[in-house]
Design a protein around this ligand. Sequence first.
Ligand code: 5GP
Length: 191
Amino acid sequence: MLFNKKVVVISGYSGVGKSTLIKHVLKNFNQTKLSVSCTTRTPRPGEYDGQDYYFIDKNKFKTLIANNEFIEYTECFGNYYGTLKSEINQILDNDLICILDIEFEGAYNVLVKNILGNDIDCVGILIEAPCRDDLKTRLIARGEQLSAIDARMSNKRFPENFSKMYKYKIMNNILKNAQRNIINIFKEVIG
Ligand code: 5GP
């Protein structure tokens, strides 16, 4: 079967450097676009509404759920995060490759439960960090509260072998190498 619509799911623990690598991909491949999710968390310094997320309150999020606007959503670290159907459709209808920056549960729904259907080619990239101390250092540098850091680092919801659902894995210990790896992966995905 020949797929023409493509979705790339990118996951990794908080602080692993997903956003930096995604920005690198978007800069290098103008045929890719990030699906901007909705979230109820507050923006971090340097984050912009409509670019990093649609920052909305819980009531608005619940209305979007009730109106069936999300292809998937989750509650993570006390906030809601959701992928809008309209975002994905708009990207794919413009013949662009859709990047989803979503956590493991959302990735499971897309990559294993196939919620986007059979006409869309979905592939996963897992970004890994060399060790937990490294992640903690990055989260502290980002200005996260210690309690939030502990919550973000204890993701107990997934079996240890969840990483199998990702076709590609990138170790982000040296940024230049990780950037080169993700570029090579996208070259392969784009074909
Ligand atoms: P952060 O608060 O660090 O931006 O994101 C927390 C987690 O939520 C990250 O693992 C990110 O990938 C995930 N995430 C962001 N948007 C969505 C979404 O729409 N759906 C799901 N399932 N996860 C999301």
